[in-house]
Design a protein around this ligand. Structure first.
Ligand code: MG
Length: 389
């Protein structure tokens, strides 16, 4: 199939708002392709392979990690972007970077670190992803960070509290924090990454949930979205009903469910675009969110999400590991704040230079950058107790 041209409302790298430190254009790659390449080569990206999404990485090598999750988001996002004639390279860059700021141990780690950081302004993983690409990566001789394009950074900062948006606005006037204060939307490419993230984790958490034994196929009967595509799969392939075919039945149902959601987003977004007719990216930013599900699919997807929350994320077995994970993060935080020299030298030095507030931020950077297994080992080294793994 021939590559379609970019729609007028797509982000065009030729009209990018550019990078903090201007650079000469690359001979063969667009600005967003360069962003994607920088993300793939970053240290934080490689660490995603040992960061938990829902299931601890060492509990089996078959479950999603933040790395495989990010690749799935990029795959879904790119195929939708291409059909909508919006910028596939930008979608890929944002998707691959969207979870770079996540702590070890999935949401449990994020919640625990946020608690620890409450007296110092809290911890938001989206803001941390931005901090990773803006400040924490050390790859260039003249500046910190990856010096990414504005549009990629805008997409990475999916959510931001008003207080943090104010802080960003002070250091970067009319920058990536401004839209949260002005109640504007990001580019269509950024909007798409949000939705692709949700579609990806809902689907792969069903898959990992069943394969881990924490969810049963019978339980999934109460989820209309899944059940519809399972019924469809069984009707076309009755042999899938046999117990030996359960895994194929699961995969076929998820595959159909994913396709249906992708086509639904494409159709609903096309309708919204037809109705609103944004002339360009700036017009998109002033409109409501345009990349969307149909009302019907939105409801069904919410039902699936509620089911996963109840049956999987709050499953006693998951809760037990999340309890330990939170304890590891809390105790590491307390130890490093008390004894910064226990961190790697570069962090220890920085933490000892500033006041308590600055020190806490460095400790949060250090913990957020850890893989699950490094956090477990560090906790064991410092506390003498092995809580996991
Ligand atoms: Mg994600």
């Amino acid at each position: 199939m021939e590559l379609p041209l970019l729609a007028p409302y797509a982000c065009d790298p030729a009209f990018s708002r550019g990078r903090q430190y201007p650079e000469i254009a690359a001979p063969t790659r667009t600005e967003y392709q360069r962003d994607r390449d920088r993300i793939v080569h970053s240290t934080a990206f490689r660490r995603l392979v040992y960061k938990t999404q829902v299931f601890l990485n060492h509990e089996g090598d078959l479950f999603r990690t933040r790395l495989t999750h990010s690749l799935e988001v990029a795959q879904l996002g790119r195929s939708i972007a291409r059909t909508l004639c919006i910028n596939e390279d930008l979608v890929e860059a944002i998707s691959l970077a969207h979870d770079l700021g996540h702590t070890p141990f999935g949401h449990a780690g994020q919640d625990a670190l946020n608690e620890c950081m409450k007296p110092f302004g809290g911890f938001e993983h989206n803001l941390q992803s931005l901090r990773v690409v803006d400040r924490l990566e050390e790859r260039y001789p003249a500046y910190d960070g990856l010096n990414l394009s504005f549009e990629t950074r805008e997409g990475i900062l999916k959510h931001c509290s008003p207080a943090n948006a104010q802080l960003l606005e002070m250091s970067e006037p009319q920058g990536v924090g401004a839209r949260f204060l002005q109640k504007m939307r990001p580019s269509l490419e950024a909007q798409l990454c949000n939705l692709a993230d949700e579609i990806a984790y809902n689907a792969h958490d069903v898959d990992d949930g069943v394969r881990s034994g924490l969810l049963s196929m019978a339980q999934l009967e109460e989820v209309a979205l899944f059940d519809r595509y399972r019924a469809e799969a069984l009707k076309e392939h009755p042999q899938l009903a046999s117990p030996s075919m359960q895994r194929r039945c699961l995969h076929e149902s998820i595959r159909r469910m994913l396709s249906a959601q992708v086509y639904d987003v494409i159709a609903a977004t096309r309708l919204a675009l037809d109705e609103c007719q944004p002339a360009d990216v700036q017009a998109v930013r002033r409109m409501p969110v345009l990349v969307q599900f149909s009302a019907f699919m939105r409801e069904q997807s919410l039902e699936l999400k509620r089911f996963l929350f109840r049956a999987l994320y709050r499953h006693p077995q998951v809760m037990e590991t999340t309890g330990n994970a939170k304890r590891i993060v809390r105790e590491l935080f307390a130890i490093y704040v008390e004894r910064p020299a226990e961190m790697k030298p570069a962090y220890a030095e920085k933490a000892q230079l500033g006041d308590a507030q600055a020190g806490a931020v460095i400790v949060a950077d250090y913990i957020a950058g850890m893989t699950d297994r490094f956090a477990i080992r560090e906790h064991e080294r410092l506390s003498g107790q092995r809580l996991m793994g």
